[in-house]
Design a binder for this molecule. Structure first.
Ligand SMILES: [Zn+2]
Length: 420
Protein backbone atom coordinates (compact mmCIF):
# COMPACT_ATOMS: atom_id res chain seq x y z
CA UNK A 1 0.00 0.00 0.00
CA UNK A 2 1.54 3.27 -1.05
CA UNK A 3 -0.88 5.68 0.53
CA UNK A 4 0.51 8.65 2.38
CA UNK A 5 -1.28 8.18 5.69
CA UNK A 6 -1.26 10.48 8.73
CA UNK A 7 -0.54 7.40 10.90
CA UNK A 8 2.50 5.11 10.91
CA UNK A 9 1.72 1.50 10.01
CA UNK A 10 5.02 0.17 11.39
CA UNK A 11 4.32 1.56 14.88
CA UNK A 12 0.95 -0.20 14.87
CA UNK A 13 2.57 -3.48 13.78
CA UNK A 14 5.26 -3.17 16.45
CA UNK A 15 2.70 -2.79 19.24
CA UNK A 16 0.35 -5.51 18.02
CA UNK A 17 3.33 -7.90 17.71
CA UNK A 18 4.59 -6.96 21.16
CA UNK A 19 1.19 -7.69 22.68
CA UNK A 20 0.89 -10.96 20.76
CA UNK A 21 4.05 -12.09 22.57
CA UNK A 22 2.31 -11.50 25.91
CA UNK A 23 0.25 -14.68 25.77
CA UNK A 24 -0.02 -18.09 27.37
CA UNK A 25 2.68 -19.76 25.24
CA UNK A 26 0.77 -22.99 24.56
CA UNK A 27 -2.55 -21.14 24.00
CA UNK A 28 -1.97 -18.36 21.50
CA UNK A 29 -3.41 -15.80 21.84
CA UNK A 30 -4.63 -15.75 25.40
CA UNK A 31 -4.59 -12.74 27.67
CA UNK A 32 -7.74 -13.03 29.72
CA UNK A 33 -8.96 -10.13 31.83
CA UNK A 34 -7.88 -10.19 35.50
CA UNK A 35 -4.94 -12.54 34.78
CA UNK A 36 -1.25 -11.67 35.36
CA UNK A 37 -0.75 -11.76 31.57
CA UNK A 38 -3.54 -9.24 31.13
CA UNK A 39 -1.78 -6.93 33.58
CA UNK A 40 1.51 -7.47 31.74
CA UNK A 41 -0.20 -6.48 28.50
CA UNK A 42 -1.61 -3.42 30.16
CA UNK A 43 1.80 -2.44 31.54
CA UNK A 44 3.09 -2.52 27.96
CA UNK A 45 0.16 -0.43 26.68
CA UNK A 46 0.60 2.06 29.53
CA UNK A 47 4.31 2.43 28.76
CA UNK A 48 3.42 3.13 25.11
CA UNK A 49 0.78 5.64 26.18
CA UNK A 50 3.37 7.44 28.31
CA UNK A 51 5.88 7.39 25.47
CA UNK A 52 3.20 9.10 23.35
CA UNK A 53 2.96 11.87 25.96
CA UNK A 54 -0.33 10.72 27.43
CA UNK A 55 -1.24 11.09 31.10
CA UNK A 56 -2.30 7.63 32.27
CA UNK A 57 -4.75 6.53 34.93
CA UNK A 58 -7.05 3.65 35.84
CA UNK A 59 -10.63 4.81 36.39
CA UNK A 60 -13.08 3.37 38.93
CA UNK A 61 -14.28 0.79 36.40
CA UNK A 62 -10.75 -0.58 35.94
CA UNK A 63 -10.29 1.00 32.50
CA UNK A 64 -6.79 2.07 31.45
CA UNK A 65 -7.00 5.62 30.10
CA UNK A 66 -4.36 7.77 28.40
CA UNK A 67 -5.25 11.46 28.32
CA UNK A 68 -4.06 14.12 25.90
CA UNK A 69 -5.23 17.45 27.26
CA UNK A 70 -7.13 19.78 24.95
CA UNK A 71 -6.85 23.55 24.66
CA UNK A 72 -10.31 24.23 26.04
CA UNK A 73 -10.93 22.67 29.43
CA UNK A 74 -14.69 23.11 29.03
CA UNK A 75 -14.90 21.50 25.58
CA UNK A 76 -15.33 17.96 26.90
CA UNK A 77 -13.75 14.70 25.81
CA UNK A 78 -13.35 12.82 22.57
CA UNK A 79 -12.77 9.19 23.45
CA UNK A 80 -11.33 6.43 21.26
CA UNK A 81 -10.66 2.88 22.35
CA UNK A 82 -11.41 -0.82 22.56
CA UNK A 83 -10.21 -3.72 24.72
CA UNK A 84 -6.96 -5.63 25.27
CA UNK A 85 -8.40 -8.75 26.90
CA UNK A 86 -8.96 -11.87 24.82
CA UNK A 87 -11.09 -14.99 24.82
CA UNK A 88 -9.14 -18.21 25.54
CA UNK A 89 -7.08 -19.24 22.47
CA UNK A 90 -8.03 -16.27 20.35
CA UNK A 91 -7.82 -12.60 19.80
CA UNK A 92 -4.52 -11.52 18.30
CA UNK A 93 -6.43 -8.57 16.81
CA UNK A 94 -9.89 -8.66 18.40
CA UNK A 95 -9.90 -5.57 20.60
CA UNK A 96 -6.20 -4.85 20.53
CA UNK A 97 -6.33 -3.53 16.95
CA UNK A 98 -8.71 -0.86 18.27
CA UNK A 99 -6.63 0.03 21.32
CA UNK A 100 -3.42 0.39 19.30
CA UNK A 101 -5.17 2.30 16.47
CA UNK A 102 -6.55 4.71 19.07
CA UNK A 103 -3.08 5.12 20.55
CA UNK A 104 -1.70 5.71 17.06
CA UNK A 105 -4.20 8.56 16.60
CA UNK A 106 -2.68 10.26 19.66
CA UNK A 107 0.85 9.67 18.33
CA UNK A 108 -0.06 11.04 14.90
CA UNK A 109 -1.50 14.18 16.49
CA UNK A 110 1.75 14.58 18.43
CA UNK A 111 3.85 14.01 15.28
CA UNK A 112 1.99 16.78 13.51
CA UNK A 113 1.86 19.13 16.50
CA UNK A 114 -1.91 19.25 16.29
CA UNK A 115 -3.57 20.52 19.42
CA UNK A 116 -7.22 19.62 19.82
CA UNK A 117 -9.75 21.78 21.65
CA UNK A 118 -11.20 18.70 23.31
CA UNK A 119 -9.44 16.39 25.70
CA UNK A 120 -8.61 13.16 23.89
CA UNK A 121 -8.81 9.93 25.88
CA UNK A 122 -7.43 6.63 24.62
CA UNK A 123 -9.12 3.77 26.46
CA UNK A 124 -8.46 0.10 27.06
CA UNK A 125 -11.79 -1.08 28.48
CA UNK A 126 -11.69 -3.75 31.18
CA UNK A 127 -13.01 -7.23 30.33
CA UNK A 128 -14.99 -6.75 27.13
CA UNK A 129 -15.04 -10.49 26.55
CA UNK A 130 -17.03 -12.81 28.81
CA UNK A 131 -14.72 -12.93 31.81
CA UNK A 132 -13.97 -15.44 34.53
CA UNK A 133 -16.88 -13.81 36.39
CA UNK A 134 -19.26 -14.88 33.61
CA UNK A 135 -20.07 -11.34 32.44
CA UNK A 136 -18.73 -9.02 29.75
CA UNK A 137 -18.19 -5.31 28.98
CA UNK A 138 -17.37 -4.69 32.62
CA UNK A 139 -15.27 -1.57 31.98
CA UNK A 140 -17.59 0.19 29.54
CA UNK A 141 -20.57 -0.47 31.79
CA UNK A 142 -18.57 0.54 34.86
CA UNK A 143 -17.29 3.78 33.34
CA UNK A 144 -20.85 4.92 32.65
CA UNK A 145 -22.72 3.79 35.76
CA UNK A 146 -24.39 0.84 34.02
CA UNK A 147 -22.79 -2.05 35.91
CA UNK A 148 -25.50 -3.89 37.87
CA UNK A 149 -24.71 -3.74 41.60
CA UNK A 150 -25.42 -7.46 42.01
CA UNK A 151 -22.52 -8.24 39.67
CA UNK A 152 -19.96 -6.99 42.21
CA UNK A 153 -20.49 -10.06 44.38
CA UNK A 154 -20.19 -12.55 41.50
CA UNK A 155 -17.46 -15.06 42.28
CA UNK A 156 -14.65 -16.66 40.35
CA UNK A 157 -13.22 -19.18 42.81
CA UNK A 158 -12.70 -17.23 46.02
CA UNK A 159 -12.48 -13.86 44.33
CA UNK A 160 -15.41 -11.49 43.83
CA UNK A 161 -15.75 -9.20 40.82
CA UNK A 162 -15.34 -6.24 43.22
CA UNK A 163 -11.96 -7.66 44.30
CA UNK A 164 -11.02 -8.34 40.68
CA UNK A 165 -11.76 -4.73 39.73
CA UNK A 166 -9.77 -3.47 42.74
CA UNK A 167 -6.81 -5.67 41.78
CA UNK A 168 -6.56 -4.10 38.33
CA UNK A 169 -6.60 -0.65 39.97
CA UNK A 170 -10.32 0.19 39.84
CA UNK A 171 -12.46 1.41 42.70
CA UNK A 172 -15.52 -0.74 43.41
CA UNK A 173 -16.63 1.67 46.18
CA UNK A 174 -17.32 4.51 43.75
CA UNK A 175 -18.00 2.39 40.67
CA UNK A 176 -21.78 2.44 40.73
CA UNK A 177 -21.90 6.25 40.83
CA UNK A 178 -19.72 6.75 37.74
CA UNK A 179 -20.99 9.19 35.12
CA UNK A 180 -19.17 10.60 32.12
CA UNK A 181 -21.21 13.59 30.90
CA UNK A 182 -18.00 15.04 29.42
CA UNK A 183 -17.85 12.46 26.58
CA UNK A 184 -18.81 14.39 23.45
CA UNK A 185 -18.04 11.59 21.04
CA UNK A 186 -16.70 8.04 21.16
CA UNK A 187 -15.15 5.95 18.37
CA UNK A 188 -14.01 2.33 18.28
CA UNK A 189 -12.14 0.44 15.57
CA UNK A 190 -12.57 -3.33 15.56
CA UNK A 191 -11.90 -6.22 13.19
CA UNK A 192 -15.11 -7.16 11.40
CA UNK A 193 -15.28 -10.75 12.70
CA UNK A 194 -17.21 -11.53 9.53
CA UNK A 195 -16.41 -12.01 5.81
CA UNK A 196 -18.18 -9.04 4.17
CA UNK A 197 -15.37 -6.49 3.78
CA UNK A 198 -12.82 -9.03 2.57
CA UNK A 199 -15.26 -10.57 0.08
CA UNK A 200 -16.16 -7.16 -1.35
CA UNK A 201 -12.57 -5.84 -1.31
CA UNK A 202 -13.60 -2.93 0.89
CA UNK A 203 -11.41 -1.24 3.50
CA UNK A 204 -13.78 0.00 6.17
CA UNK A 205 -17.23 -0.86 7.50
CA UNK A 206 -19.10 2.06 9.01
CA UNK A 207 -21.26 0.37 11.63
CA UNK A 208 -24.89 1.43 11.41
CA UNK A 209 -25.95 -0.49 14.50
CA UNK A 210 -24.80 -3.09 16.97
CA UNK A 211 -27.36 -5.85 16.89
CA UNK A 212 -29.57 -6.34 19.91
CA UNK A 213 -29.20 -9.76 21.53
CA UNK A 214 -32.24 -11.69 22.73
CA UNK A 215 -31.88 -15.07 24.41
CA UNK A 216 -34.92 -17.31 24.58
CA UNK A 217 -35.11 -20.54 26.54
CA UNK A 218 -37.49 -23.29 25.46
CA UNK A 219 -38.38 -26.40 27.44
CA UNK A 220 -39.86 -29.36 25.60
CA UNK A 221 -41.37 -32.08 27.79
CA UNK A 222 -42.24 -35.50 26.46
CA UNK A 223 -42.45 -38.84 28.23
CA UNK A 224 -39.67 -41.30 29.07
CA UNK A 225 -40.44 -44.78 27.76
CA UNK A 226 -38.60 -47.95 26.88
CA UNK A 227 -36.79 -47.37 23.58
CA UNK A 228 -37.15 -51.00 22.55
CA UNK A 229 -40.77 -51.76 23.37
CA UNK A 230 -42.68 -48.48 22.87
CA UNK A 231 -44.24 -48.40 19.36
CA UNK A 232 -43.03 -45.54 17.19
CA UNK A 233 -46.50 -44.02 16.83
CA UNK A 234 -47.26 -43.90 20.56
CA UNK A 235 -44.21 -42.01 21.72
CA UNK A 236 -43.93 -38.54 23.15
CA UNK A 237 -40.31 -37.90 22.16
CA UNK A 238 -39.03 -34.54 23.37
CA UNK A 239 -35.87 -34.75 21.27
CA UNK A 240 -37.71 -35.36 18.00
CA UNK A 241 -39.93 -32.32 18.63
CA UNK A 242 -36.94 -30.21 19.68
CA UNK A 243 -34.99 -31.28 16.59
CA UNK A 244 -37.83 -30.13 14.35
CA UNK A 245 -37.90 -26.86 16.28
CA UNK A 246 -34.16 -26.29 15.73
CA UNK A 247 -34.60 -26.72 11.96
CA UNK A 248 -37.63 -24.44 11.90
CA UNK A 249 -35.76 -21.75 13.86
CA UNK A 250 -32.95 -21.93 11.33
CA UNK A 251 -35.37 -21.49 8.44
CA UNK A 252 -37.30 -18.65 10.08
CA UNK A 253 -34.03 -16.83 10.83
CA UNK A 254 -32.76 -17.36 7.27
CA UNK A 255 -35.96 -15.81 5.96
CA UNK A 256 -35.59 -12.74 8.22
CA UNK A 257 -31.92 -12.49 7.22
CA UNK A 258 -32.97 -12.08 3.58
CA UNK A 259 -34.90 -8.89 4.43
CA UNK A 260 -33.04 -5.59 5.06
CA UNK A 261 -31.15 -5.43 8.38
CA UNK A 262 -28.87 -8.05 9.93
CA UNK A 263 -30.64 -10.98 11.59
CA UNK A 264 -29.35 -14.26 12.97
CA UNK A 265 -30.64 -16.90 15.36
CA UNK A 266 -28.71 -19.86 16.73
CA UNK A 267 -29.59 -22.72 19.04
CA UNK A 268 -26.25 -22.87 20.82
CA UNK A 269 -27.23 -24.65 24.01
CA UNK A 270 -29.10 -27.92 24.06
CA UNK A 271 -29.59 -30.28 27.01
CA UNK A 272 -31.56 -33.50 26.98
CA UNK A 273 -32.81 -35.92 29.60
CA UNK A 274 -32.34 -38.64 30.50
CA UNK A 275 -29.72 -38.87 27.69
CA UNK A 276 -29.64 -42.65 27.80
CA UNK A 277 -29.46 -45.02 24.83
CA UNK A 278 -32.47 -47.14 25.73
CA UNK A 279 -34.89 -44.41 26.86
CA UNK A 280 -37.15 -42.20 24.74
CA UNK A 281 -36.00 -38.63 25.56
CA UNK A 282 -38.33 -37.02 28.09
CA UNK A 283 -37.05 -33.47 28.22
CA UNK A 284 -35.03 -31.00 26.17
CA UNK A 285 -34.03 -27.47 27.18
CA UNK A 286 -32.60 -25.30 24.44
CA UNK A 287 -31.37 -21.74 24.35
CA UNK A 288 -31.77 -19.52 21.30
CA UNK A 289 -29.37 -16.63 20.73
CA UNK A 290 -31.09 -14.11 18.45
CA UNK A 291 -29.40 -11.02 16.97
CA UNK A 292 -31.27 -8.24 15.21
CA UNK A 293 -30.22 -4.91 13.77
CA UNK A 294 -33.89 -3.94 13.50
CA UNK A 295 -35.96 -4.41 16.62
CA UNK A 296 -39.14 -5.16 14.66
CA UNK A 297 -37.42 -8.25 13.21
CA UNK A 298 -36.80 -9.62 16.70
CA UNK A 299 -40.40 -8.92 17.70
CA UNK A 300 -41.59 -10.71 14.56
CA UNK A 301 -39.31 -13.66 15.28
CA UNK A 302 -40.53 -13.97 18.89
CA UNK A 303 -44.18 -13.75 17.76
CA UNK A 304 -43.57 -16.49 15.22
CA UNK A 305 -41.82 -18.61 17.86
CA UNK A 306 -44.69 -18.25 20.35
CA UNK A 307 -47.21 -19.51 17.80
CA UNK A 308 -44.93 -22.14 16.30
CA UNK A 309 -44.14 -23.99 19.54
CA UNK A 310 -47.88 -24.42 20.16
CA UNK A 311 -48.31 -26.05 16.76
CA UNK A 312 -45.25 -28.27 17.26
CA UNK A 313 -46.44 -29.36 20.70
CA UNK A 314 -49.70 -30.54 19.22
CA UNK A 315 -48.07 -32.21 16.22
CA UNK A 316 -45.49 -34.12 18.27
CA UNK A 317 -47.61 -34.82 21.36
CA UNK A 318 -45.26 -32.99 23.74
CA UNK A 319 -45.65 -30.05 26.11
CA UNK A 320 -43.74 -26.86 25.30
CA UNK A 321 -43.99 -24.02 27.80
CA UNK A 322 -44.29 -20.49 26.36
CA UNK A 323 -40.80 -19.37 25.24
CA UNK A 324 -38.98 -17.60 28.05
CA UNK A 325 -36.96 -14.48 27.14
CA UNK A 326 -34.08 -14.79 29.60
CA UNK A 327 -32.41 -11.63 28.31
CA UNK A 328 -33.47 -9.04 25.79
CA UNK A 329 -31.33 -6.12 24.61
CA UNK A 330 -32.39 -3.74 21.89
CA UNK A 331 -30.10 -2.85 18.96
CA UNK A 332 -27.82 0.17 19.44
CA UNK A 333 -27.71 2.47 16.41
CA UNK A 334 -24.50 4.38 15.67
CA UNK A 335 -24.77 8.15 16.13
CA UNK A 336 -25.91 9.47 12.70
CA UNK A 337 -23.62 12.49 12.81
CA UNK A 338 -20.58 10.38 13.68
CA UNK A 339 -21.43 7.92 10.89
CA UNK A 340 -21.30 10.79 8.40
CA UNK A 341 -18.03 12.06 9.90
CA UNK A 342 -16.55 8.56 9.59
CA UNK A 343 -17.61 8.30 5.94
CA UNK A 344 -16.05 11.69 5.16
CA UNK A 345 -12.90 10.59 6.98
CA UNK A 346 -12.77 7.36 4.96
CA UNK A 347 -13.16 9.34 1.73
CA UNK A 348 -10.32 11.66 2.75
CA UNK A 349 -7.83 8.82 3.22
CA UNK A 350 -9.09 6.95 0.14
CA UNK A 351 -10.63 4.04 2.04
CA UNK A 352 -13.44 2.19 0.28
CA UNK A 353 -16.27 1.92 2.75
CA UNK A 354 -19.72 0.48 3.23
CA UNK A 355 -22.38 0.79 5.89
CA UNK A 356 -23.01 -2.46 7.76
CA UNK A 357 -24.32 -3.77 11.07
CA UNK A 358 -22.38 -5.55 13.80
CA UNK A 359 -23.73 -8.94 14.78
CA UNK A 360 -21.36 -9.04 17.76
CA UNK A 361 -21.61 -6.98 20.94
CA UNK A 362 -19.00 -4.28 21.66
CA UNK A 363 -18.09 -1.71 24.32
CA UNK A 364 -19.44 0.92 21.93
CA UNK A 365 -22.97 -0.31 22.68
CA UNK A 366 -22.58 0.72 26.33
CA UNK A 367 -20.93 4.07 25.67
CA UNK A 368 -23.66 4.80 23.10
CA UNK A 369 -26.22 4.78 25.88
CA UNK A 370 -24.67 7.92 27.42
CA UNK A 371 -22.86 9.69 24.56
CA UNK A 372 -22.73 9.91 20.76
CA UNK A 373 -20.78 6.82 19.70
CA UNK A 374 -19.95 4.91 16.54
CA UNK A 375 -17.55 2.28 15.32
CA UNK A 376 -15.72 1.13 12.23
CA UNK A 377 -14.69 -2.34 11.10
CA UNK A 378 -11.54 -3.33 9.27
CA UNK A 379 -11.34 -6.57 7.25
CA UNK A 380 -10.19 -9.84 8.77
CA UNK A 381 -9.15 -13.01 7.01
CA UNK A 382 -12.02 -15.39 6.13
CA UNK A 383 -14.17 -13.64 8.74
CA UNK A 384 -12.47 -15.69 11.44
CA UNK A 385 -12.20 -14.49 15.04
CA UNK A 386 -12.16 -15.87 18.59
CA UNK A 387 -9.68 -18.41 17.22
CA UNK A 388 -5.92 -18.71 16.92
CA UNK A 389 -6.41 -18.34 13.14
CA UNK A 390 -7.82 -14.83 13.50
CA UNK A 391 -5.84 -12.52 11.22
CA UNK A 392 -5.97 -8.93 9.99
CA UNK A 393 -3.49 -7.27 7.62
CA UNK A 394 -1.52 -4.47 9.27
CA UNK A 395 -2.05 -2.17 6.27
CA UNK A 396 -5.80 -2.59 6.70
CA UNK A 397 -5.58 -1.71 10.38
CA UNK A 398 -3.38 1.30 9.59
CA UNK A 399 -5.88 2.57 7.03
CA UNK A 400 -8.62 2.19 9.65
CA UNK A 401 -6.47 4.10 12.15
CA UNK A 402 -6.09 6.87 9.55
CA UNK A 403 -9.89 7.03 9.30
CA UNK A 404 -10.05 7.39 13.09
CA UNK A 405 -7.44 10.14 12.95
CA UNK A 406 -9.34 12.14 10.32
CA UNK A 407 -12.62 11.58 12.16
CA UNK A 408 -11.18 12.77 15.48
CA UNK A 409 -9.89 15.95 13.81
CA UNK A 410 -13.29 16.58 12.23
CA UNK A 411 -15.11 15.86 15.50
CA UNK A 412 -12.85 18.33 17.27
CA UNK A 413 -13.94 21.08 14.85
CA UNK A 414 -17.51 19.94 14.28
CA UNK A 415 -18.45 19.38 17.90
CA UNK A 416 -17.20 22.90 18.70
CA UNK A 417 -19.21 24.58 15.98
CA UNK A 418 -22.28 23.03 17.48
CA UNK A 419 -21.46 24.70 20.81
CA UNK A 420 -20.69 28.12 19.36
ZN1 LIG B 1 -13.65 -7.45 20.63
Amino acid sequence: MSRNLPVKADRIAEDIDALARITEPDHPWTRRAFSPLFLAGRAYIESRMKAAGLETRIDAGGNLIGLRKGRRPDAGTIMVGSHSDTVPDGGRFDGIAGVISALEVARALKDQNIELDHDLEIVDFLAEEVSIFGVSCIGSRGMTGQLPEAWLTRLSGERSLAQGIAEVGGDPATLLAQKRPDIKGFLELHIEQGPVLEANKEDVGVVTAIAGITRVEITVEGRADHAGTTPMESRSDALVAASQLVLDIRNAAAELARTPGHFAATVGEFRMEPNAANVVPSKVVLLIDGRAEIRADMEAFCRWLDGHVEKLAAAYDVVIAPPNRVSDNHPTPGDPRLLTILEHAADRVGAKHRRMASGAGHDTAWIAKVAPAAMIFVPCKDGRSHSADEWAENDDIALGAAVLFEAVCEMDKGLNEEKA
